[in-house]
Design a binder for this molecule. Structure first.
Ligand code: UFG
Length: 342
């Protein structure tokens, strides 16, 4: 019988791609999302959708009464690094509180496998060496620390309650499903690749390069862009080892690309010039942030199917070209009423 996976935040960017891949691989999928930032249309039609805020204890209990889950993938979280610097208590309170409520429900329902959408933002990115799992943890924002706190909670949930967990620290999630029916649609958009594509498509005047005087080969910041389908694939790859042990992995390709390289890749894929402006550095940015993904390669044989910038940009371009308005205009207030339909 197919296993059933609960995907919280499955209407969001990475969560919806994981939900899609789970469905493609034959899993039963239940998506729980409050649609505060996610999009209903991003949820695969074959998945069950439950509109739920994880702070709603009763709703959560109802969800676990209605379904028997074999594993949980937890994507739902506040994820804007910059905003977390303005409202630390909200970011930390929501992200840890929701994780604890979810884990309590998991424990009561005897769900023993939990995959956390974690982040490279829990490392201190000083230096330009690829970051492995032994690198010192030194979150530079309440967002990064909230994820690390959840990792610590998971440590105790494993040790005392026997809930096995995988903490997957993503570097720069990018790209879209190869079919082009789901993709990245943050409001407002802050991420580089969608912004560059929007500039190429004439949807914004230009892309501003945040700093061109970094100690990198071309002076612009270097990041490890990892395809969202490869991230989704890693979430599924850990399900089997989670039967026996907890794991934590840094998820990137191991190769960095500069802002200028991203712009060039978009120009090549789109066949048009991208209007560019040079701007000052963005506070909090670091010159280089690249993963050392050797551990997950060695232990699980996970390796990116979209290792190059071009393949990543091609899928992102397809999504943006087919969906110039993303998932469309915001829903009317009436249709945003919570409706719990397990
Ligand atoms: N950038 C620009 N112009 C823009 C937007 C971005 O030059 O308009 C630059 C940034 O300065 C940075 C690079 O492009 O050097 C990538 O920026 P993103 O905002 O796309 O991504 P970040 O590296 O800042 O952050 C991402 C996620 C975070 C996560 C972090 C961890 O957005 O949630 O990676 O690696 F915490």
């Amino acid at each position: 019988m197919a296993e059933t996976v609960l995907v919280t935040g499955g209407a969001g960017y990475v969560g919806s791609h994981a939900a899609a891949l789970l469905v493609e691989r034959g899993y039963e999928v239940v998506v729980a999302d409050d649609l505060s930032t996610g999009h209903r249309a991003a949820v695969p039609p074959a998945a069950r959708f439950v509109r739920l805020d994880l702070a709603d204890q009763e709703g959560l209990q109802g969800l676990f009464r209605a379904h028997r889950f074999d594993a949980i993938m937890h994507f739902a979280a506040l994820s804007l690094v910059g905003e977390s610097m303005k409202d630390p208590l909200r970011w930390i309170g929501d992200n840890t509180g929701n994780a604890v409520r979810l884990l309590r429900a998991a424990h009561e329902a005897r769900v023993g496998r939990f995959v956390l959408s974690s982040t490279a933002a829990l490392f201190d990115p000083a230096g330009d060496r690829p970051i492995d799992e032994q690198a010192p943890v030194e979150p530079q924002s309440p967002y990064g620390d909230s994820k690390f706190m959840v990792e610590r909670i998971l440590y105790w949930a494993d040790r005392i309650l026997g809930i096995r967990s995988a903490c997957l620290r993503y570097f720069n999630a990018a790209g879209a499903h190869p079919v082009g029916h789901i993709g990245e649609d943050h409001r407002p958009e802050t991420h580089l690749i969608p912004i560059v594509i929007e500039a190429a498509l004439g949807k914004r005047k230009a892309v501003t390069v945040f700093g061109s005087d970094y100690a990198t080969p071309d002076g612009t910041c270097v990041r490890d862009y990892v395809h969202v389908m490869d991230l989704a694939d890693a979430h599924i790859a850990v399900l089997d080892p989670l039967r026996h042990r907890s794991v934590r992995y840094n998820l990137g390709t191991g190769s960095g690309h500069s802002v200028r390289e991203v712009i060039r890749a978009v120009e090549e894929v789109g066949g048009r010039k991208v209007p560019v402006e040079l701007g000052p550095r963005r506070p909090g940015d670091t010159a280089t942030l690249v993963a050392d993904p050797a551990a997950i390669r060695r232990e699980l044989g996970w390796t990116p199917h979209y290792p190059g910038l071009r393949a990543i940009v091609e899928t992102a371009w397809r999504w943006h070209e087919k969906h110039p308005e993303g998932y469309g205009p915001p829903k009317s207030p009436d249709s945003s009423r919570p409706a719990i339909r397990p």
